[in-house]
Design a protein around this ligand. Structure first.
Ligand SMILES: Nc1nc2c(c(=O)[nH]1)N[C@H]1C(S)=C(S)[C@@H](COP(=O)(O)OP(=O)(O)OC[C@H]3O[C@@H](n4cnc5c(=O)[nH]c(N)nc54)[C@H](O)[C@@H]3O)O[C@H]1N2
Ligand SMILES: Nc1nc2c(c(=O)[nH]1)N[C@H]1C(S)=C(S)[C@@H](COP(=O)(O)OP(=O)(O)OC[C@H]3O[C@@H](n4cnc5c(=O)[nH]c(N)nc54)[C@H](O)[C@@H]3O)O[C@H]1N2
Ligand code: SF4
Ligand SMILES: [Mo]
Length: 737
């Protein structure tokens, strides 16, 4: 047996390859975590095409969290005010299947809901789709990707006729101009940023533009930082388009041959002259012109974006407006160019492939398309019409569904909504009303365990074998290298067992996850995300493989070799798109601005996001000493001018109030944030600090197309206070469960 196992980092969507080996055996050298457990050793995998051996602090320290505060046994209780009691898996499965049957036959299948996660492996996702959308006839499966990538998904679908980021990481090292908008890549996609930054430093002619209301570490590295007012991205992008037109930087041949709907867009951008745009965005006309010139003069432009774009009530419009600039200038389908969404979670891409959102079906299909439904029904051996034609409830719909008793059973897995959902007070109240909540997580406690009737212990990364796809469509096998603790089980196994107990024995007769994956890839045949040439065995043998990868190309190339139209590094190299006429479609959008703009009562825009070391709700990173030292407490960034006006000094506590709730944070007075805007990190839920939840303040207003909530902005007021913010002990007691 080889001494290390190759796998993928289970944090961000960069998808860095890792090699993991057992804790050192010599007694004195054995590295142990703070609870005395030996720590597995982790290093970057030099052979992984995406990361080439690099890792950031999160990947490097991941093993330190594996044994702390794990949930070990199924636990149940009748009501939320009771203590949990330990039960056998058999009892837990019986309880769940009985409950599913009761809800199904009294309230109907649309009262069953599952809320999953971009941290599932593809096999977990696929089995959940088959169970919910196929066997149980409800499309009520949504994932935390709704809060994350859904605007990118709908933007790609509307502009190109299909989801799928068209670029690859090699483009980071081939571009002449990197246009980063609404992304703090340096902290959130560090290895993507390392690759770009190294190349940028070496090639001074290469331009880097960063569009972000904050001067983030990403913005620090830029040639041009446009610190726009939150929510003015469409103004800026239309303003750049206006100048590209005026200066004739457009690729008319590409537009004539390969696009549609340009006239509608041309009409819109007429209304975005630089004077108006610069004023609305709060930037200078010179900076706006510089951005347009950098874009227009570059042979190859690559745009990168993430939550500053997607998490918006006009998220889809923002994504399409970015894509417009590429279409206008022919910047797609060639090396170093294209619109490239940076995926948040490690396998949100796999989730999209497997149909893991309420409006999707496996193989980049959509629920609303009758042919897509028929294809999946036939493949799963279902009756025609068994898949519901209605898109299911989205993440936020499940919350409102609890409020109006439309939800009879809520199954939450691999996400922590009691921290990550918008408008937390409302979310928590709704969760308290739930008649029956199953919560399947690797750790105990998390903030969401307080709302569960049943806790199911999940095997996590390193304890189950499965596949994940990163931002550049590279599929990596994540092999198990240790046993799940005590009674924990892989998510897909739990779903499959429930399926069998509901009477779907043959549908869920899988011996292992390789068989699950083999079934799934058949559903991608002839689809844009075709992976019929990929299997666990192939991945084990060849290493990571990039899709599209049809069966015919099996063995011919993995990721990192040149590709063609159907198998290769970039999509749309033939300049044919997946729309009915093969043309990419311009989206014509006027800017609408924020759903909740500041006003005299709530005069500041609150934005929020991530820090380099922490991962979301801290279930893992909050238990790693090095990371807690790096980011000891939450804070609120305030511009010195605003601070002076309010009499706030550095480190003083500030109460922040929105129309929905309040929170408090120590002030960090800094020019890195624009006046009128404040920033807080999203990482501190109620287990980690008292009242420092970003989402106590946010609202659920969503993009009408993607239904992704505008987590990035809400209106707040600030009040200096004298009470200190309490940070809770991050080394929670070792779990007995
Ligand atoms: N360290 C770390 N890395 C992570 C994660 C983590 O938890 N920790 N999570 C992963 C996940 S799931 C995701 S989704 C990604 C997120 O990755 P990012 O999107 O890069 O992270 P955020 O900090 O949420 O937001 C990015 C930036 O959007 C800016 N912004 C706010 N409002 C606007 C606006 O109106 N316009 C523009 N242009 N910008 C705006 C914010 O100031 C912020 O700097 O990170 C992934 N990587
Ligand atoms: N204000 C604000 N809110 C946000 C955001 C923001 O930028 N601002 N970002 C949004 C975005 S983009 C995202 S992605 C979400 C993230 O929000 P969440 O998904 O709530 O955050 P995580 O802390 O990653 O939660 C993942 C959970 O899965 C568990 N887990 C890990 N591996 C496994 C496994 O294999 N199986 C099971 N069953 N469990 C496992 C972990 O222990 C953890 O409890 O937050 C969203 N909320
Ligand atoms: S960049 Fe992302 S995938 Fe790579 S090691 Fe860091 S967290 Fe993991
Ligand atoms: Mo995300």
């Amino acid at each position: 047996m080889s001494e290390f196992t190759k796998t993928l980092c289970p944090y961000c969507g960069v998808g860095c390859g890792l090699e993991v080996s057992p804790p050192a055996q010599q007694n004195k050298a054995t590295n142990r975590d703070s609870q005395g457990n030996p720590i597995w050793r982790v290093r970057g995998d030099k052979a992984h095409p995406s990361s080439q051996g690099m890792v950031c602090v999160k990947g490097a320290t991941i093993a330190e969290s594996l044994d702390k505060n794990r949930l070990h046994y199924p636990m149940v209780r009748d009501s939320l005010d009771q203590e949990f009691r330990r039960v056998s898996w058999d009892e837990a499965f019986n309880l769940i299947t009985q409950r599913i049957q009761t809800v199904r036959f009294t309230q109907g299948p649309e009262a069953l809901c599952m809320y999953g996660s971009g941290q599932f492996q593809t096999e977990d996702y696929y089995i959940a789709q088959k169970l919910m959308k196929g066997c149980l006839s409800t499309n009520n499966f949504d994932a935390n990707s709704r809060l994350c990538m859904s605007s990118a998904v709908s933007g790609y679908i509307q502009s190109f006729g299909s989801d799928g980021p068209p670029c690859c990481y090699e483009d980071l090292e081939l571009t002449d101009c990197a246009f980063l908008i609404g992304t703090n890549t340096a902290e959130c996609h560090p290895i993507v940023f390392n690759r770009l930054e190294k190349y940028h430093k070496k090639n001074r002619k290469v331009k880097m533009i960063v569009v972000d209301p904050r001067r983030t570490p990403t913005a620090e590295a830029a040639d041009l930082h446009l610190a726009i007012r939150p929510g003015t991205d469409i103004d800026l992008l239309n303003g750049i388009a206006h100048l590209l037109m005026r200066w004739n930087y457009v690729d008319t041949m590409f537009m004539d041959d390969c696009t549609s709907n340009f006239p509608a867009y041309a009409e819109v951008i007429c209304h975005y002259p630089p004077e108006i745009v610069a004023h609305r965005c709060g930037i200078s006309i010179e900076d706006l012109e510089t951005a347009a010139r950098y874009w227009g003069e570059s042979q190859r432009v690559l745009s990168l974006w993430s939550m500053g774009v997607n998490q918006s009530s006009e998220g889809t419009a923002k994504v399409r407006t970015i894509i417009n600039l590429h279409l206008m200038t022919g910047q797609i389908g060639k090396p170093g160019a294209g619109p490239f969404s940076l995926t948040g979670q490690p396998n949100a891409m796999g989730g999209r492939e497997a149909g893991g959102l309420a409006h999707l079906l496996p193989g980049y299909r959509v629920v609303k398309n009758p042919q897509h439904r028929a294809e999946v029904e036939e493949f799963w051996g279902l009756k025609p019409g068994q898949i519901s034609p209605n898109p299911g409830l989205t993440a936020w719909d499940m919350i409102t569904g609890l409020e109006n008793d439309a939800v009879g059973l809520l199954w939450i897995a691999a996400t922590n909504p009691a921290v990550s959902m918008p408008d937390l007070e409302r979310t928590k109240k709704a969760l308290l009303r739930s008649p029956f909540t199953i919560y399947q997580d690797a750790y105990y406690p998390t903030e969401t365990s307080a709302y569960a009737h049943v806790l199911l212990p999940a095997a996590q990364w390193g304890e189950k074998t499965g596949v994940m796809t990163n931002s550049e469509r590279v599929v990596t096998l994540c092999s198990a290298f240790r046993q799940p603790p005590r009674e924990a089980k892989a998510d897909w196994e739990i779903f499959a067992e429930v399926g069998r107990r509901l009477g779907f024995e043959k549908e869920f007769a899988f011996a292992n996850s390789a068989e699950v994956y083999a079934e799934f890839v058949k559903l991608t045949k002839t689809r844009p995300c075709e992976m019929t040439g990929i299997s666990h065995a192939q991945l084990q043998l060849e290493g990571p493989i990039q899709w599209p990868h049809p069966e015919e190309s099996r063995g011919s190339r993995g990721a990192g070799e040149a590709g063609g139209e159907t198998s290769g590094k970039r999509l749309y190299t033939d300049l044919r798109f997946h729309t009915s006429d093969g043309r990419a479609r311009f989206g014509a959008y006027y800017s609408k601005g924020l759903a909740e703009p500041p006003d005299p009562d709530y005069p500041f825009v609150l934005t929020n996001g991530r820090l380099y070391g922490h991962w979301h709700t801290q279930t893992r990173t909050g238990r790693i000493e090095k990371i807690c030292k790096m980011h000891p407490q939450p804070f609120i960034e305030i511009h010195p001018r605003d601070a002076a006006k309010l009499g706030i000094v550095d480190n003083q506590s500030v109460e922040v109030r929105s129309r929905r709730g309040k929170a408090k944070f120590p002030a960090k007075v800094t020019k890195a944030i624009a006046p009128g805007t404040v920033f807080v990190p999203m990482h501190w839920g109620s287990l980690w600090a008292d009242n420092a939840e970003a989402n106590a303040l946010t609202h659920p207003e969503s993009c009408p197309d993607s239904l992704q909530p505008e987590l990035k902005a809400c209106a707040v007021q600030l009040i200096p206070i004298s009470v200190e913010v309490t940070i809770k002990n991050h080394q929670l007691q070792s779990s007995q469960w």
